[in-house]
Design a protein around this ligand. Sequence first.
Ligand SMILES: Nc1nc2c(ncn2[C@@H]2O[C@H](COP(=O)(O)OP(=O)(O)OP(=O)(O)O)[C@@H](O)[C@H]2O)c(=O)[nH]1
Ligand SMILES: [Mg+2]
Length: 242
Amino acid sequence: MTGQFNDKYMDQLESWIGTGPKIFTLLYQITRDGCNATTFHQKCDNQGPTVTVLYNQQGSVYGVYGSASWYLETLTEDIVSFKPSGKLGLSDVRILMLGPVGTGKSSFYNTIDSVFKGRISRSAPCGLSTNCKTIAYTPYEVHVMSGASLNFRLCDTRGLEVTQGLDSVECNYLLDGNISDLYQFNPVAPIRSANPGFVHQPTVEEQFHCVLFLIDAAKVGDIPQKLVDKMHSFQKRVILKG
Ligand SMILES: Nc1nc2c(ncn2[C@@H]2O[C@H](COP(=O)(O)OP(=O)(O)OP(=O)(O)O)[C@@H](O)[C@H]2O)c(=O)[nH]1
Ligand SMILES: [Mg+2]
């Protein structure tokens, strides 16, 4: 269906945006410019507030207003040039991914790595499984096209489960850098300080600097209450670390 973005719709949009009269300029149109993400960003990035309207063949119209510019390229450059504060003496920042089993933690890393590499990458094993697919604590580097790596690591972990897997003490050890790279979690016997694989004096590089909680938006209502409670207790531990 060809979009008919006429004066009536512009008036309606002006009233929804609610910040006074607007002048609308057509930046990108699929039927004119082709359906291509690179072209979209070439034409729309850094252009100020934008309205994006999509028409489907059933006649439905979808739209979104962005009060800030599209800025994918700037954001990408910011991420590529990111360096941890010199005061910390860190070469890279560790970002811990936590979330229920099968929520997409490993896939998230693969997606980020693919975006920066410019080709599909699947370094982290992922996929549907009745059990936990990821069993070892693995800090992954994110690579760019030249082969260099970015100054942060996305750290994959065993997924959270109601009755087994990471417990609160083990989570604390992870945050403090006490668990060695590639340590294979034992779901029924959490790591304790006497175990091999326990790092007694972690460096600041081995500690966590950021934590991501990943949740599958399509299954958010199905997460058992006990698992929600577990995630809350982990979240409290993270907050206490400052
Ligand atoms: N539809 C959809 N599926 C996804 C997404 N992310 C992951 N998946 C699928 O979900 C399944 C599980 O993904 P994983 O990345 O292995 O999840 P995980 O959290 O690492 O799982 P464990 O390591 O077992 O805890 C795979 O079949 C993925 O293809 C997403 O954003 N959308
Ligand atoms: Mg995984």
